[in-house]
Design a protein around this ligand. Structure first.
Ligand SMILES: [Zn+2]
Length: 349
């Protein structure tokens, strides 16, 4: 089996969950990128698509040089390359932006490709845009969450009490109409905010609004549904930097930078995949520490590994596990060589 992490090992995926919930209980989904881009071409990581036989096909490590791309188009929020589905996005506008980049890079002269790719990657680190979206998410969720709470209280507290004491079809109709009021307010508020944030996602908006009208418990979750994809396309480290007060974002940024500096060995990848991923990771390796420093994350030199006993002399620079004797590489991080604790301490001083 090919291990293909593209710089996002499982430990970091779980750490992403610690970045939220945000204040006011607002949840935002944070997704690590599932591809690497470079002036040479495109490689997919941990990406599975559904084949027409209904099974998922592992796309991990599949690469295309720009010269090999004949067409890129969007169908139902999935990007099709040379007529074959390769990537599915939660938003149509994200898929469209990605397909547009591929189309531009495909036809651009070689010298311009690097600028195109860098512009696309830079957009994923736009902290001003991320902060605006987080503020909007918290603000817009507020009224929706109150409406949702009111609706649930009517459905599960008021309605059973009234029905058991009074009963009758007239009472039932009156209750249903009462519950319908917060439902309709939620749906209209959802549609208005969704249109403002995702103007191109018209069908997703219509479909969700319809389901909310039919299935009322869905309407009580309008805030979560509205915010779910708000940070789609932004880099998780940039999101962590924008969430200055989030408890674990500092630790998350530090771990990601350590992982970038000491990547796991990728096995059985093609020469193209390695070349593309190396360029991509090197770009983030240079860019992310600068961005982190600009936003107050100054103590990003390796955090001290904690020796478990006085016999520990070595440590893994990626996961910070301490070792008593030097083995070729860390047991948990294939490809990462151990370093001595002394050299580490003097480095940190
Ligand atoms: Zn390790």
């Amino acid at each position: 089996m090919i291990r293909c992490t593209g710089g996002w090992p499982a430990s970091h995926r779980s750490a992403l969950a610690t970045l939220w919930p945000l204040p006011m209980g607002v949840s935002l989904q944070v997704n690590p990128p599932s591809f690497s881009l470079s002036p040479i071409g495109l490689t997919l990581w941990n990406q599975a698509v559904w084949t027409n036989l209904g099974r998922s096909a592992d796309q991990c490590g599949r690469s295309w040089r720009w010269e090999q791309v004949q067409s890129a188009e969007v169908r139902d929020s999935a990007v099709h390359l040379n007529g074959e589905e390769i990537l599915r996005f939660p938003l149509r506008q994200s898929a469209a932006a990605f397909a547009e980049l591929i189309e531009s890079a495909r036809v651009a002269p070689k010298a311009e490709r690097e600028q195109l790719v860098i512009r696309f990657l830079d957009a994923s680190l736009d902290l001003v845009a991320i902060s605006e979206r987080i503020d909007a998410a918290i603000y817009e969720a507020n009224a929706l969450r109150w409406l949702g709470a009111l609706q649930l209280a009517l459905m599960f507290l008021v309605a059973p009490v009234v029905l058991s004491n009074l009963g009758g079809s007239k009472v039932l109709s009156a209750l249903a109409l009462t519950i319908l009021i917060p439902v309709l307010f939620s749906v209209s508020l959802f549609v208005r905010n969704h249109r403002r944030t995702f103007p191109e996602e018209r069908w997703a908006r219509v479909e969700t609004a319809f389901i909310m009208c039919v299935s009322w418990p869905m309407a009580s979750r309008a805030a979560t549904i509205l915010n779910r994809h708000r940070l789609q396309g932004f880099h998780p480290v940039a999101i962590a930097l924008a969430l200055k007060d989030a408890k674990n974002s500092r630790e998350f940024v530090a771990r990601t930078l350590r992982d970038l500096a000491h990547p796991l060995r990728e096995e059985e990848l093609s020469a193209d995949a390695l070349e593309i991923t190396d360029w991509y990771l090197e770009w983030y390796r240079r860019r992310l520490p600068v961005l982190a420093a600009q936003h107050g994350f100054r103590e990003l030199s390796p955090t001290a590994a904690v020796p478990r006993s006085s016999d520990d002399e070595f440590y893994c620079p990626r996961c910070l596990a301490a070792y008593t004797r030097r083995i070729t590489e860390c047991a948990d991080c294939p490809g990462v060589e151990l370093q001595t604790l002394q050299s580490h301490q003097s480095e940190g001083a």
